[in-house]
Design a protein around this ligand. Sequence first.
Ligand code: MG
Length: 357
Amino acid sequence: MSEKFTPVSTVGEFGLIDRLMARVKGDDEPSELVVCGSGDDAAVYRATEGRLQVITTDALIEGVHFDRRFTPMSYLGIKVIAASVSDIAAMNARPRVATIALGIPRNVSLEMLESLYDGIALACKTYGVQLVGGDTTSSRALSMSVTIIGEAAAEDLVFRRGANVGDLLCVTGDLGASYAGLQILAEQRKALEELGEEYEPDLEPHRYVIDRHLKPEARLDFVDILEELRVRPSAMIDISDGLASELNHICTQSGVGATVQVSNLPFDPVTRAVADQFMQDVDMYAFFGGEDYELLFAAHPDDAQKVAHAGHCVIIGRVEEKSVGVRALSADGQIIPLDGSGGGGFDHFGGDGAPDP
Ligand SMILES: [Mg+2]
């Protein structure tokens, strides 16, 4: 935690916005994209002619989505931007501009907010998004709500509703890491509460999964890969609530069923080790853990093979007739229903591990 604690009240609301926006960009000069940024009643940006606009909002709230003791402020900035960019990427679109609304409690200093904005600035740079405005208000807990506007050519957009029977199901990256990271953090928090301030958490061996939880990356790079390979998935969604929940969204909206081969689910070795350590089933981390921010998509078999052979995703299953339902098939031939009776999303684990607000 930073040494200095300057109360936010010392600079006032307008001074605060000026100071924070200054960390994101040098000035308010009009650019090709932004006609008028922060500093007027509303921002104005130049939409690309002929493209459709894609809009999404995500909120992160202290005590619900994160525990400030384990989350550096800059990571929170990274995460809140990445979560929204992930939704834009899931539409096969690219983000353009963002706005943010902050709820600031009294125990958050100016220095902490500057650190938060450093994370926001880094993420915006990574994903090519420009922060064009925001609002601040006092609140009981730290909260951040980000809105991002993106764009795509009409023919490139991918919805949840387009999966066809016979399509292959694919996921990018690896799954369950964020939940594994959350497990480690929850364990460390318990130790901290029991042993007090002299307890020094050693997070290094689990750095990969902790980082996947605290500062996830949106797979916007995959939108570029699809473009390069000239592949347009038939349906796509980002994995924010767990594979089972996302798969159900695709199947419900496409009017199809699906079978996932459990043995094909991709895991990092650290994720497997954490599941072993807690004597839990790593497959459940993928199905119900959430916050992986990888992409799940359905594609024509030729297209799916093309992307998988290039090493950008793994094929985990197949789209089937609706009557089959949404299910997983274990290596020993067991059928695990994923549509409702198996639970869904974070609730499967009884909350996300963060303390109640
Ligand atoms: Mg989403």
